[in-house]
Design a protein around this ligand. Structure first.
Ligand code: NI
Length: 184
């Protein structure tokens, strides 16, 4: 099932998502999240983006032909915790399915260590770097109630204000179905 994607302005994107009880059946939900993400041509999707305030996100970078490091990077993260961020900060242009048609440079540290449960509820502790780390940091922010535009300068934010207001009203072109909080 393909969910509509909740866009900027909805409170669910601003709440810290809650832990999922061990053993909860997430098979269908994870499958639906992959389906929703693929339909929207995304490489990451967090549960709050489909209106669910739980600590779960999926990533799939395997479709990016110019990113060979992501060749096998398709997985779900349940109750993830970033234990540390290391290395030098680097800039990269990010976008977000919940903030359509806006892309901006965001600076993030290059490495992370994290623990999480995989889709079979197996506990993992793993390091990620480069693009993998960046995708995870972006998705992790979603379950912390944070968005990539929070990292922009006050000037940049002011310049985007009108576009963001339009997105909240559903006044934006997307190839996927959205749920806009202020749509009349
Ligand atoms: Ni996003």
């Amino acid at each position: 099932m393909i969910y509509p994607i909740v866009v900027y302005g909805d409170a669910v994107l601003r709440k810290r998502a809650i832990d999922i009880e061990q053993g909860t059946d997430l098979i269908q939900l994870i499958q639906d999240m992959y389906e929703t993400m693929h339909a929207a041509h995304g490489i990451g999707l967090a549960a709050p983006q489909i209106g669910k305030g739980i600590r779960l996100f999926v990533v799939d970078g395997t479709t990016l032909e110019d990113e060979p490091t992501l060749m096998n990077f398709k997985q779900a993260f349940i109750n993830p915790v970033i234990l540390g961020e290391m290395g030098t900060k680097w800039q990269f242009e990010e976008g977000c399915l919940s903030i359509p048609n806006i892309r901006e440079e965001v600076s993030r540290k290059e490495k992370i260590r994290m623990k999480y449960l995989d889709e079979n509820w197996q506990p993992k502790e793993e390091d990620f770097d480069g693009m993998k780390a960046r995708i995870i940091q972006h998705e992790y922010d979603h379950i912390e109630g944070k968005l990539f535009i929070d990292y922009l300068t006050p000037l940049k934010k002011r310049m985007l204000k009108g576009k963001l207001a339009d997105i909240s009203k559903g006044d934006v072109d997307t190839e996927y179905r959205i749920l806009a909080p202020l749509r009349k």
